[in-house]
Ligand binder design. Structure first.
Ligand SMILES: [Zn+2]
Ligand SMILES: [Zn+2]
Length: 341
């Protein structure tokens, strides 16, 4: 980089002497451990973050750069079922490959973890338990397809059948590619379990939901106060908030994932969208353990002076400005909220 030339460094040292040291916690979107990275990924959430972190380090600021692979969700389960291997095998393979790409390109992560590790399970379950105790979680019972042969509820992508709208025979449980309509899996005509080929039945199941409407006022106040955000981002997010938030399911009937830490939730895991961003925290905890200062992660996540910066793709903005901050607000501890993204 240009700023690493000798003259530049001298200038930076002079500049630094007059500056108050700043503190940053920088994260990049967790790559999904289901395939390889491509150049678009690198140019989007990783290269800009790497440049930012190196620059802050040169300025002498206190900065750590945290990342890891996102290792749950149905695409991974399906791939594992198709290849007849445990999901962990798929995840380990792509974690290794993704990590080696980053190492080969000399990215400066302080820690690169993965969300299928015990440290992540523990803190994700703690997040769930806190939200439940603080009355931010509700339960709802609905109808879902269940395969009597596989003895499990089938997530949308585990089912195929005839589209109830255009009668294409190849509709999936969430969408029909022929007519483009979104489908609720129980609407499919002659549904088939893609794993075993049997016909699933309709059965009731209970899941846990994050009560997002309860956070509306707090979120609105917080977003209004964000002078660092671009106006168009703020307007967009506030508009979404004003149109009314809905409760969102945070558990699923699946084997692969973080188990729901409740006696009456056997066979259910925490929904990947809920636990994946907690990976920013579990990866920081892992970093602190690695450097032999296991409490050090708290110096970042609980210090109001830390600027938390998420480098993410555009489509992830609503999630990181509404849902993720709500999850953090609902905890017992005083976690910092995103500063910039
Ligand atoms: Zn089946
Ligand atoms: Zn259709």
């Amino acid at each position: 980089m240009l700023i690493s030339t000798k003259g530049g460094q001298a200038w930076l040292i002079i500049f630094r002497a007059n500056m108050k040291k700043e503190k940053y916690l920088v994260t990049s979107a967790l790559p999904y451990a289901n395939g390889d990275l491509h150049i678009g990924h690198l140019a989007g959430a990783y290269l800009p973050a790497d440049i930012f972190v190196r620059f802050q380090k040169l300025l002498g600021n206190d900065v750590i750069y945290i990342c890891g692979t996102d290792e749950h969700g149905t695409p991974i389960s399906i791939k594992a079922d198709q290849k007849k291997v445990p999901p962990r095998k798929i995840v380990d393979k792509y974690h290794r490959r993704i990590k080696s790409v980053f190492e080969g390109l000399n990215f400066c992560f302080d820690n690169f973890s993965g969300t299928a590790r015990p440290v992540h399970y523990k803190i994700s379950q703690q997040f769930f338990t806190n939200l439940l105790k603080n009355e931010y979680i509700t339960t709802h019972t609905n109808k879902q397809l269940y395969c009597p042969n596989c003895k499990r509820f089938l997530p949308d992508r585990y089912v195929e059948g005839e589209c109830p709208f255009c009668h294409s025979k190849e509709a999936r449980g969430d969408q029909c590619d022929a007519c483009g309509k979104l489908i609720d899996a129980i609407q499919l005509i002659n549904p088939v379990c893609i794993t075993c080929g049997h016909n699933p039945i309709i059965k009731e199941t209970t899941n846990w939901f994050l009560n997002l409407p309860k956070f509306s006022d707090k979120l609105e106040k917080w977003i209004e106060s964000k002078t660092e955000w671009k106006d168009n981002v703020k307007k967009f997010i506030l508009g979404w908030l004003k149109s009314g938030l809905k409760e969102r399911a945070i558990t699923r009937d699946l084997d692969w994932g973080v188990p729901v830490p409740l006696e009456n939730a056997k066979g259910k895991v925490i929904y990947v969208w809920f636990e994946a961003p907690i990976g920013y925290i579990s990866s920081t905890i892992e970093w602190a353990e690695k450097i032999g200062k296991p409490e050090k992660w708290k110096d970042y996540w609980f210090d109001k002076n830390t600027k938390l910066i998420h480098f993410i793709g555009k489509d992830n903005i609503p999630f990181h400005t509404i849902i993720w901050p709500a999850v953090l607000m609902g905890q017992d501890e005083d976690y910092i909220l995103p500063y910039l993204l």
